[in-house]
Design a protein around this ligand. Structure first.
Ligand code: ADP
Ligand code: ZN
Ligand code: ZN
Length: 816
């Protein structure tokens, strides 16, 4: 009986592909193993076995696999189930999930390589000029990659030429699979076994009297072995004996020392010194036992704890209990909050149990973490950013989602466009594990779910150590400008506060929001920005046709030359960035150290850490930064936080702009006064009466929630309605228009007024492709599954229309 396998390939293919397994390979075949399979004319891909069966495919003849790449499955049945859920829910293919889920080193690179066919004689007369060029190149160089062929021929389409050469038996094409992953090896030395005998050893040492440096190395090796009782690596030996590399090499060459290698994990720590040392205050104790009670009957719990209330300690205690049961824990954080600060805190407590999975780590480091999780060889706790939900957990007992409100848990591009917080809820359920969502400012969705008893809810409303919440004061920019109390972007109030804080030896954080792509018109006199009458968003300025537009519903008006509120003609579409603030500060406080933290200054693996460390060690007095500043950092000496302009946040063209402004401002404010004294927060704004700013300054989360939820009801947005965004893109402007109109019309047949658009996004052309969006709003009563089915059916019809073939449609479920 023949054996067939269904394979998931790392490609956007709707279906699994079936391959035939030759008899000699069919032994020990298991679901979850990697196989190398041919695909298309010349390619070899690494895929994952999803199913083993005996049915030949009906539509095509199954090709044989090339190779089985694993001895044991690399992907667990749970992962396959999870991938399937992600693909279905987020409307993408399992192949796309596979690509996101496995460290790329596991997906062996396939590179077409050609070499001379040495078995046949070629009549060079019969080769074309181009063919001859390649043929000659191969006389000097045994292998050529496609890339190199392109260079030789100075053109891209080289496959026809290669095909001709293959037909003429001049060259052979093979696929070279290179295993990328190489474990890092550490070099060790030991005394050659010949010198185990004492007599021989004594003779050796006598002999080495004439080579004192070498003698020192041997004696140092002995004393190290006595001290450490572990293998001695060359690096340590060199350092302790102060020997040169050549001295050690000589000893190895003379067969006195023997060298050997041991694989080392790149990411390894020591620690665990803090274990068991947390003593809760009464509020933490209360919250902790409430969470445990909740978990006895429910799977998801929202921990709503104000900034600096000691949520991390609660996570730690929960984690401790779970790993004591032998289960694994995932500690999920937004990428940017994944700082050494927090990692160190966990390591101090759990030592080697902590594994870190971070996109800034190298491929090899990620491979090692993957294998540790799969084999449960080391480390029961994984701390990682969103992609760590794809690790091969075996016994996942608990997921902690820290800063659970963060929008960066959502992956926008490429597919799978998943939200790690939501996917984590499903992941935990697969393992019958628990999941804790922690935040000082929960997302509307999570709080809504808690209110409707879908999630358990636990509150922690006191800061640790009875520190008072920071005093938040709004500074009216309109008035300050009128009274000429501004120096650059600083009000007299903010400047004075900075001076006072610095005089007391305390530090200052200044927050300046980074601007989005789309400029918003802002009145310099009153701060007004034109709003869409149909949606709760600001209009964006479109330079190319000089208009102001809503990119949710398509509403648009001509660009205004005067402010629509106060009539002033001083209106601006420009913002100001962190760099400008830094420059102004340097002029105002020439003798102080000013630091800046934004995308530009934090590139590189440790860029972000370096600035944080400097600030922690108080080598920076004033730190200016963007969003990055807000993420769960715990600085001891910050007394003042200033927000230079809150309006650009509030006016962001997004139905979540107000929710996000509240979260962001509360988070920034939370960086102030985390120890003894009460911190101060100054928020500069043109709209001190804006309801969100009022709610921020009075810590009125619930009020914010109620008001925003009203808006979401009225304008049909999450969490009341669900959204699916369809983006059409193509190079032909008219075709994009035509096809998106067709698709919107098709969708309206089923969803009526709940289809918005098609509408150009603010940036309608990227890399010479035009984009157009269609938004489908889904009421709570409407089945999400059926909705997707209808959309998929419509997309099938769409794709069957020949002229639309050049248009790509991207579906994004829960796009915001
Ligand atoms: P959150 O994560 O809620 O913002 P943290 O967990 O960072 O707050 O706690 C704020 C500060 O209080 C930290 O410096 C932390 O070390 C300290 N802290 C919290 N709980 C305790 C505790 N039980 N014992 C000692 N220090 C604590
Ligand atoms: Zn105005
Ligand atoms: Zn609108």
């Amino acid at each position: 009986m023949s054996v067939f396998i269904n394979v998931i390939l790392p490609l956007p293919l709707a279906n699994h592909f079936t391959y035939y397994v030759p008899e000699n390979l069919a032994e020990n075949l298991q679901v979850g193993m990697r196989v190398a399979v041919p695909f298309g004319k010349t390619k070899v891909y690494t895929g994952i076995i999803a199913k083993i069966h005996q049915e030949a495919p009906q539509l095509y003849e199954a090709k044989p696999i090339e190779q089985i790449l694993d001895e044991k499955p690399l992907v667990t049945p749970n992962q396959l189930k999870f991938w399937n859920w992600i693909a279905k829910y987020y409307m993408c293919t399992e192949g796309e999930v596979l690509k996101a889920a496995l460290p790329s080193a596991f997906l062996l690179e396939s590179e077409t390589v050609i070499e001379l066919n040495k078995k046949t004689e070629i009549d060079e007369q019969k080769l074309s000029d181009e063919e001859l060029l390649i043929y000659e190149a191969l006389q000097n160089q045994s292998l050529l990659k496609i890339q190199e062929v392109m260079q030789i021929l100075e053109k891209k389409s080289v496959l026809p030429v290669i095909n001709k050469l293959v037909e003429k038996n001049a060259v052979i094409v093979n696929q070279e699979l290179n295993k990328q992953y190489k474990p890092k090896l550490i070099r060790y030395v030991k005394l050659a076994s010949a010198y185990k005998e004492e007599k021989k050893l004594n003779t050796l040492l006598d002999e080495l009297n004439r080579a004192p440096k070498q003698r020192t190395v041997i004696l140092t090796l002995f004393s190290l072995q006595a001290k450490i009782k572990k293998p001695i690596d060359v690096k340590l030996l060199k350092k302790e004996s102060q020997a040169s590399a050549s001295t050690i090499k000589t000893l190895i060459d003379k067969n006195i020392l023997e060298e050997y290698y041991i694989k080392q994990d790149r990411v390894s720590f020591e620690g665990g010194s803090e274990a068991g040392k947390i003593i809760f205050n009464e509020f933490q104790q209360q919250a902790f036992s409430e969470i445990k009670t909740a978990f006895s009957t429910e799977n998801v719990c929202l921990l709503h704890g104000v900034t600096s209330s000691g949520k991390t300690e609660i996570y730690i205690k929960l984690i401790e209990e779970v790993i004591q049961q032998g289960k694994q824990v995932l500690y999920l954080l937004p990428e940017i909050a994944l700082t050494t600060q927090l990692i160190t805190r966990l390591q101090n407590y759990f030592g080697d149990e902590v594994l870190v999975f971070h996109s800034k780590y190298s491929i090899n480091e990620r491979v090692e973490v993957y294998q540790h999780v799969l084999e449960q060889t080391k480390g029961k706790i994984v701390i990682g950013a969103r992609s760590s939900i794809f690790l091969p957990f075996q016994k996942l007992g608990l997921i902690v989602v820290d800063e659970a409100h963060e929008s960066t848990f959502k992956q926008y591009d490429p597919a799978p466009r998943y939200h790690a917080r939501d996917a984590a809820v499903v992941l935990a359920a697969q393992f019958s594990g628990k999941i804790l969502l922690g935040s000082a400012t929960p997302s509307l969705e999570s709080f809504f779910n808690a209110k409707h008893h879908k999630y358990a809810y636990v509150e922690l409303s006191r800061r640790f150590g009875n520190v008072l919440p920071p005093k938040i004061e709004l500074v009216d920019l309109k008035e300050k400008y009128k009274k000429k109390k501004m120096t650059g972007h600083f009000s007299d109030r903010l400047l004075k506060a900075i001076e006072e804080t610095l005089a007391e030896g305390k530090q200052v954080i200044l927050f300046q929001n980074r601007r989005g792509f789309s400029p918003i018109l802002e009145c310099l006199t009153c701060g007004h920005s034109p709003q869409c009458p149909n949606c709760d968003v600001s209009l964006t300025y479109h330079k190319h046709n000089n208009s102001l537009r809503c990119h949710y519903c398509g509403y648009h008006i001509a660009m205004q030359l005067q402010c629509m509120a106060c009539g002033s003609s001083e209106i601006s579409t420009k913002g100001f960035g962190t760099e400008q603030i830094e420059t102004e500060l340097k002029a105002l406080f020439p003798e102080k150290n000013i630091g800046r933290m934004d995308l530009d200054t934090t590139r590189g693996k440790y860029g972000y850490e370096k600035i944080i460390n400097k600030f922690e060690q108080q080598a920076i007095d004033i730190l200016v930064g963007t969003q990055m500043l807000t993420k769960g950092l715990d600085f001891r000496n910050v007394d003042l936080v200033g927000v230079l302009n809150a309006d650009s946040l509030l006016n962001f063209p997004d139905f979540r702009a107000h929710e996000r402004s509240f979260q962001l401002l509360q988070q920034v404010a939370g960086r102030a006064g985390r120890t003894k004294e009460q911190g101060t927060v100054l928020i500069q704004t043109y709209n001190p009466h804006h309801q969100i700013l009022q709610q921020v300054s009075s810590n009125a989360y619930e009020k914010m929630f109620e008001e925003q939820l009203d808006d979401r009801y009225n304008f049909k947005y999450p969490p009341i309605y669900r959204l699916i965004k369809l983006t059409l893109k193509g190079k032909d402007y008219n075709l994009v228009n035509e096809s998106s109109a067709w698709l919107a019309k098709a969708l309206r047949q089923a969803f009526k007024e709940n289809v918005l658009g098609p509408e150009f996004p603010p940036v309608a052309r990227i890399r010479n492709e035009y984009y157009k969006n269609i938004m489908v709003k889904i009421p709570a009563k409407q089945s999400l599954g059926k909705t997707k089915e209808f959309i998929e059916k419509s997309l099938k019809t769409f794709n069957s229309i020949a002229q639309f073939r050049k248009i790509r449609v991207i579906a994004n479920v829960d796009p915001y």
